[in-house]
Write a new protein. Structure first.
Length: 273
C-alpha cells in the first residue's frame, strides 16, 4: 500500500480510537422500536451522514461505520464475520485489500494475487478495540503463517492456517495468548452482515451492560461487565466491583458516556429481570 493510502487509513483509525464499545444505546434502541431491524436503522452509524457519528456501539456499529468511511474514500473493504468455538457470527471486522493489488490474477495459483502479496491485506477490528491496521500473514508455504503485533496493553497475534481462514489471538502482561475469533477471510455481503447484526440484538450479552474503552495514549483498557470493572495495563489487570449507588457516575466518568443514557439502559435491564 502506498504511504499516502496507509496514512489515510491510519488517520481514520485514529479518529475513531476514542470510541467506547457499549451495548447501552443498543439496548435502548431495541426497547424503543421493539424490533432488531428498527433498532439497527436508528443506529447513528447506519445513517447516511456518517461524519456526524460521535457515539459508541458494538462491533457491528463500529465496523459498519468504518466500512462506509473506507468505501467513501475509494477503498474496497470486505465485511468479515468472527466465530468463537461453537458460536457463529458473534463478531465482525474488516479486511482491507491494497487497492494497488485489486483485480490482478495469478495464473499459477488461480487466486487473486492479493492473497499472495504479504503487503496486500490488512485486518481492521475496531469492535475488539484494535485501532491499528494489522498486516495479514500468508499461510505456509507462501509465508510464515502468523504475525505478531506488540500493541498495548494487549498484544495481538494473527495466525493464518489456510488461505481461507485466519485466527485472532490476544494476550498481555505475561498472560498466555488466547484464541479470540476465527475469520473466514472471503467475507460476507452487506445483506448477510446486516442479518447477523439484527440477530445480535437477541444474544445473551444484551441482558447485561458491557462497556469497553481503550486509552491508547496511556495504554490502559477499561472493561465493565455484570458489575465488575477490569482495568488492564502493560503490567497486568485489576478487577473491582462497583457499588450500585456509584455505578452511573463512575461508568460515565470512565467510559465518557452520558449519565442519562447509562441510567436509562440500566432501568430497561432491571425491568426485564
Amino acid at each position: 500500500m502506498t504511504p499516502e493510502n496507509m496514512r489515510k487509513v491510519v488517520d481514520l483509525c485514529n479518529q475513531i480510537s476514542n470510541i467506547t464499545y457499549e451495548n447501552l444505546t443498543k439496548i435502548i434502541r431495541l426497547e424503543q422500536t421493539g424490533s432488531a431491524t428498527g433498532a439497527r436503522k436508528l443506529d447513528d452509524s447506519d445513517q447516511n451522514d456518517i461524519d456526524s457519528w460521535m457515539g459508541g456501539g458494538t462491533c457491528f456499529s463500529m465496523t459498519w461505520h468504518l466500512y462506509q468511511a473506507l468505501t467513501d474514500m475509494g477503498f474496497k473493504p470486505r465485511l468479515v464475520m468472527g466465530h468463537k468455538r461453537k458460536e457463529r457470527n458473534i463478531h465482525c471486522a474488516l479486511i482491507l485489500p491494497d487497492p494497488d493489488q485489486l483485480g490482478v490474477r495469478n495464473s499459477e495459483f488461480g487466486v487473486n494475487s492479493s492473497f499472495l502479496n504479504p503487503n496486500s491485506e490488512f485486518l481492521l477490528d475496531p469492535g475488539y478495540l484494535i485501532f491499528d491496521p494489522l498486516q495479514m500473514p500468508l499461510p505456509q508455504p507462501f509465508g510464515t503463517g502468523e504475525a505478531f503485533f506488540p500493541l498495548s496493553p494487549n498484544c495481538v497475534r494473527l495466525v493464518r492456517p489456510t488461505l481461507e481462514s485466519m485466527e485472532l489471538w490476544t494476550g498481555g502482561a505475561g498472560a498466555p495468548m488466547k484464541l479470540r475469533f476465527e475469520y473466514p477471510v472471503e467475507g460476507v455481503s452487506v445483506e448477510e452482515f446486516k442479518h447477523h447484526w439484527n440477530e445480535s440484538f437477541y444474544r445473551e450479552m444484551m441482558t447485561y451492560p458491557v462497556l469497553n474503552r481503550l486509552d491508547r495514549e496511556k495504554g490502559i483498557q477499561y472493561y465493565y461487565q455484570k458489575g465488575n470493572l477490569v482495568v488492564r495495563n502493560a503490567t497486568g489487570s485489576k478487577m473491582t466491583k462497583i457499588d450500585p449507588a456509584d455505578r452511573v457516575q463512575t461508568l460515565s466518568d470512565i467510559f465518557k458516556l452520558s449519565p442519562a443514557i447509562i441510567e436509562q439502559a440500566l432501568q430497561i435491564l432491571e425491568k426485564k429481570h
